[in-house]
Design a protein around this ligand. Structure first.
Ligand SMILES: [Zn+2]
Length: 209
């Protein structure tokens, strides 16, 4: 057993349960998506690249610094780790980051031609932190997909500095990143956002008929 599996046993168990939950929901097809949890003010635990998210075990996580140095564990970090590490640095209160490739987030992010997707009129918006009414407008930032993760992370940082992002963000034709200050809130947020995106997508389809 590696040192990461001993030192971070509880955190790894929590990350495994998050990944199994997301996989069961169909949010992580064909090894897509990744999950991370803050360890301290300069590193996190994150799922390794290329592993089926329904099969993740303790050995499939890495302890990764903000400079992308592997501090523990085996395997290779996903390129997308650069978004996770950037989010942790943008808000020191973020505890968990969940990245999924759900179909609704992938499709809607592509249909949306604006820099943000606006959602309103749904009771389930109240599942998001700070939202108390269906009349409040949810603004989800949308970024063009980019295989240059450093460039994408810089765009997210620039947007964040002028208008702090809340709950999550979308990457076009790709998926959703969501974050929160606790595991419970992160899971509720991903489930809530996914439900809202499902509603928006179905609503758009019905209106176009
Ligand atoms: Zn992805």
């Amino acid at each position: 057993m590696s040192s990461i599996q001993v030192t971070h046993k509880q955190h790894l168990a929590q990350l495994i349960s998050i990944s199994q939950w997301a996989h069961q929901k169909g949010f992580t097809p064909a090894t897509g998506g990744n999950f991370s949890m803050r360890v301290d003010d300069k590193s996190c635990l994150i799922s390794a690249s290329g592993v089926d998210k329904g099969q993740l075990d303790c050995e499939h996580f890495l302890h990764l610094s903000w400079q992308h140095q592997v501090l523990g564990g085996q395997g290779k970090p996903s390129d997308e780790a650069g978004i996770h590490t950037q989010l942790y640095q943008l808000d020191p209160n973020i505890h968990v980051v969940i990245h999924i490739h759900s179909m609704a987030s992938t499709l809607l992010s592509r249909l949306c031609e604006q820099p943000e997707l606006q959602i309103n009129g749904w009771e389930m918006q109240k599942t998001l932190e700070g939202i108390t009414s269906h009349e409040q407008c949810i603004r989800l930032a949308v970024f063009d997909n980019n295989q240059n993760i450093r460039a994408l992370a810089e765009q997210i940082t620039m947007r964040w500095q002028t208008d702090e992002l809340k709950w999550g963000l979308l990457v076009r034709g790709h998926g959703l990143y969501a974050w929160s200050y606790s595991i419970e809130k992160a899971l509720r947020q991903v489930e809530g956002l996914s439900y809202l995106l499902d509603c928006e997508l179905a609503y758009l389809q019905l209106k176009r008929k």
